[in-house]
Ligand binder design. Structure first.
Ligand SMILES: Nc1nc2c(ncn2[C@@H]2O[C@H](COP(=O)(O)OP(=O)(O)OP(=O)(O)O)[C@@H](O)[C@H]2O)c(=O)[nH]1
Length: 203
């Protein structure tokens, strides 16, 4: 029987408790959203297969608990991840400041070549915004990674973010290359262009 996919990529979401990691995964894998907050215990995963550059990519997306007390369990999963998504909440400054700590945790626990992506979630809550887009853009540039503002609630940029990470992993792993291999952050993808023009709010 023919294989149902060409590549299997393992992705991991990390970030403070309550920033919306579980909701982002549920929006991506099931196109659903729930306002009820049930904090993740330990670790869980969901699957969705996407088409990228003519290839079927099966994404196994691992959800980690943001709470400090689960750190030993969750960091054990960093090593197997090909892509790690760092999530903060645009209405919670502390969750953005902590991104530096999550970056450090990646350095200490993940494989050297892991692809990273920064997401500022809950961008439907513009009135409560505490973290400016420019601050996060600067941080992402400093780390040489892509950045999107997303909303698991409105679904803004969710597919774009996951697809962009999957595409970067595909290119890195020897998939079809376009242009030069030096990836400037947040510039060479249609999905990222969209990010800069999209107004991210529920209106
Ligand atoms: N307005 C809005 N609320 C969101 C969004 N994403 C998540 N939430 C809410 O934020 C709360 C926390 O979401 P979760 O996805 O459970 O957060 P988490 O990061 O997985 O939290 P832990 O499992 O504790 O690490 C829930 O009440 C969600 O409904 C979003 O994009 N917009």
């Amino acid at each position: 029987m023919a294989k149902a996919y060409d590549h299997l990529f393992k992705l991991l979401l990390i970030g403070d408790s309550g920033v919306g990691k579980t909701c982002l995964i549920i929006r991506f894998a099931e196109d659903n959203f729930n306002n009820t907050y049930i904090s993740t215990i330990g670790i869980d995963f969901k699957i969705r297969t996407v088409d990228i550059e003519g290839k079927k990519i099966k994404l196994q997306v691992w959800d980690t608990a943001g709470q400090e007390r689960f750190k030993t369990i969750t960091t054990a999963y960093y090593r197997g991840a090909m892509g790690i998504i760092l999530v903060y909440d645009i209405t919670d400054e502390k969750s953005f400041e902590n991104i530096q700590n999550w970056m450090k945790s990646i350095k200490e626990n993940a494989s050297a070549g892991v692809e990273r992506l920064l997401l500022g979630n809950k961008c439907d809550m513009e009135a409560k915004r505490k973290v400016q887009k420019e601050q996060a853009d600067k941080l992402a540039r400093e780390h040489g990674i892509r950045f999107f503002e997303t909303s698991a609630k409105s679904s803004m940029n969710v597919d774009e973010a996951f697809s962009s990470l999957a595409r970067d992993i595909l290119l890195k792993s020897g998939g079809r290359r376009s242009g030069n291999g030096n990836k400037p952050p947040s510039t060479d993808l249609k999905t990222c262009d969209k990010k800069t023009t999209n107004k991210c709010s529920l209106g």
